[in-house]
Design a protein around this ligand. Structure first.
Ligand SMILES: NC(=O)c1ccc[n+]([C@@H]2O[C@H](COP(=O)([O-])OP(=O)(O)OC[C@H]3O[C@@H](n4cnc5c(N)ncnc54)[C@H](O)[C@@H]3O)[C@@H](O)[C@H]2O)c1
Length: 297
């Protein structure tokens, strides 16, 4: 698949970039549905080749926004990708796929520049990013090889940082008061029973602190940064683990106050909320969406 735009030439509805640029005004003056709209805005989502990321790409399109998906997978998973295009086309929205490793800064910067230029050509505002790409590995801490530990930190921490840094760079250059959402995890706050994932947990705690740190630096530009901390979600990441160790599901379900594990769709509204004007007074914060897991011991 070509790394460039899938739907590059679709005519867009008339845009009002001025209104898309303003978040400094009190959002209370807007009716609630428009507070959740991403119309005329382009959002990048990393890790959007499958799983949670591709579901969040659908959420952006459903909220009226353009979406650019980045992933290390050579092509996005089917049938999810075809479903995304089917959402985008009739709504005259752009949905593009870019094959890239988020830890490769020059390559990622080139992809961001391409997406930002495409947004400009289409008359939409480069609005921000959801840093969703991440990896997981289960090894007991006493046996954890340093190289594996470093690989987890490189993708989950450095990759998330580069995504946020590049998005904020474009926004600051263009005077856009946009939003960055980092997908952290409840594992950044608690150590999961039955899971020997010290590197992963460490990486997600780092994402929480990274969020607060860059929010503190970028608030002056009107750029907001928040994290979402999911609980257990059924995706390819957890399916592999549960296949290898089915008994782990019992441990997870013991903390599931709503009687189920999460689905990627559970994170659509939280992500759209954090991206949109509805959360205009929220930055440096974490939104935990875990089915109550962390609420009981
Ligand atoms: N599944 C869960 O239970 C769960 C819980 C809490 C947090 N999360 C977080 O949610 C995010 C998405 O996880 P998921 O469950 O959809 O997993 P997933 O493995 O299905 O998706 C992760 C995506 O990231 C991509 N990716 C990995 N390394 C990359 C790199 N270097 N460059 C670009 N893309 C890369 C993968 O190719 C994959 O498409 C991750 O950050 C994960 O840590 C997941």
């Amino acid at each position: 698949m070509s790394p460039s735009a899938i739907l590059p030439d679709l005519a867009l509805p008339p845009t009002n970039p001025e209104s898309a640029l303003t978040t400094a005004t009190a959002p209370a003056a807007s009716p609630s549905p428009s507070l959740f709209s991403l119309a005329h805005k382009t959002t990048i989502i990393t890790g959007a080749g499958r799983g949670l990321g591709i579901t969040l790409a659908a959420a952006v399109l459903e909220a009226g926004g353009h979406v650019a998906c980045i992933d290390i997978l050579p092509s996005p998973s089917e049938p999810d990708w075809s479903a995304l295009l089917a959402l985008a086309k009739p709504a005259h929205l752009t949905c593009t796929y870019h094959h890239c490793d988020i830890t490769n800064e020059p390559a990622l910067a080139a992809v961001f520049a391409e997406i930002a230029a495409g947004a400009e050509r289409a008359g939409s505002v480069f609005w921000g990013a959801v840093a969703c790409a991440g990896i997981q590995q289960k090894i007991p801490a006493l046996e954890y090889p340093a190289a594996d530990f470093e690989r987890i930190l490189r993708v989950n921490v450095v990759g998330t940082f580069l995504t946020a840094k590049l998005a904020a760079g474009v926004m600051r250059e263009r005077g856009v008061r946009g939003s960055v959402v980092m997908i952290a995890s409840m594992s950044g706050q608690v150590a999961n029973r039955g899971l020997t994932c010290t590197a992963y947990n460490t990486s997600k705690a780092a994402v929480h602190q990274m969020c607060r740190s860059v929010a503190q630096e970028w608030g002056q530009y009107g750029i907001r940064v928040n994290t979402i901390s999911p609980g257990y979600i059924r995706t390819a990441m957890t399916d592999d683990l549960l296949k290898a160790e089915p008994e782990v599901e019992k441990i997870w379900m013991a903390g599931a106050l709503l009687g189920r594990l999460g689905a990627p769709e559970d994170f659509k509204a939280p992500a759209v909320f954090l991206l949109s004007e509805g959360s205009a007074f929220m930055t440096g914060a974490d939104l935990r969406v875990d089915g109550g897991h962390c609420a009981s011991a």
